[in-house]
Design a protein around this ligand. Structure first.
Ligand SMILES: Nc1nc2c(ncn2[C@@H]2O[C@H](COP(=O)(O)OP(=O)(O)OP(=O)(O)O)[C@@H](O)[C@H]2O)c(=O)[nH]1
Ligand SMILES: [Mg+2]
Length: 245
């Protein structure tokens, strides 16, 4: 296949869903640009393209605002993995995943992988508060004197526990009609992250990318053309921050 065609055709699609303000766009910025930067609420959706070894993975950011809800199932069509994102300081954002977002994944692949992600862990957890796990300043000197520093922002009440997320993962599998025992275990698929500090962000995306590799190989061996056409976003409004990393 000519190179130009290959770069336009992602091998696999990953979609990030969740209520507005949970930090979906910030997670993608952190992963693709190694930065935590200002965002505006996403309009429609946007995609990022990630080269993963010899493969191209499209990561679709979606709008959490209710007015764009109808677009969600379109974005999920043919997805190999869906990241269901909530804010650990906001119980309602977890409830919304089940109430509003789970049914959007009906259009995803039948063997779609699900991750449950509690973002903004830095607001509740001294571990995720820093130091940045993905420094933007390169390697730190080895001889750093560790001294206790107060958290940058006062800690907030954690409204969603890991157990709540694990329980949701179980309900997602049941909704999908999947046998829990035959699926990836919740301990592996529930993450707490911080787009602000970078805590667990690489682990999240790289775990998912490794897990979707069999889907890519299967698709390639079946000689299927890509299910994702990047011409489609012409219809899609993008975030101010842009997309297509
Ligand atoms: N403290 C903290 N703030 C965060 C984190 N992630 C995002 N935010 C902040 O939360 C707000 C919303 O972040 P976005 O990434 O725009 O949220 P979103 O889920 O993309 O929202 P929609 O596009 O409206 O669906 C912004 O003010 C971010 O700076 C995080 O990990 N920690
Ligand atoms: Mg957004």
């Amino acid at each position: 296949m000519p190179q130009a065609t290959r770069t336009k055709k992602p091998d696999v699609k990953v979609v990030i869903l969740g209520d507005m303000n949970v930090g979906k766009t910030s997670l993608l910025h952190r992963y693709t640009e190694r930065k935590f930067k200002d965002t505006i609420s996403t309009v429609g959706g946007a995609f990022f393209l990630k080269q993963w070894g010899p493969y191209n993975i499209s990561i679709w950011d979606t709008a959490g605002r209710e007015q764009f809800h109808g677009l969600g199932s379109m974005y999920c069509r043919g997805a190999a993995a869906v990241i269901l994102t909530y804010d650990v300081t906001n119980w309602q954002s977890l409830a919304e995943l089940e109430n509003r977002f789970l049914s959007l994944t009906d259009t995803a692949n039948t063997d779609c992988i699900f991750a449950i992600v509690g973002n903004k862990a830095d607001l509740t957890d001294t571990l995720a508060q820093g130091p940045d796990t993905e420094s933007e300043q390169g390697d730190k000197p080895q001889s750093v004197v560790m001294c206790p520093t107060p958290p940058a922002t006062p800690l907030q009440h954690k409204q969603v526990s890991r157990e709540d997320a694990v329980a949701l993962y179980g309900r997602v599998l049941r909704y999908k009609g999947l046998e829990e025992k035959a699926c990836l275990p919740a301990e592996r698929m529930c993450f707490e992250t911080s787009a602000k500090t970078g805590y667990n962000v690489d682990v999240l995306f790289e775990t998912l990318f490794d897990l979707v590799l069999p889907s890519i190989l299967k698709k390639r061996s079946e000689g299927e053309s890509s299910t994702v056409d990047l011409e489609m976003p012409m219809e899609v409004k993008r975030t101010k921050a842009g997309c297509c990393a």
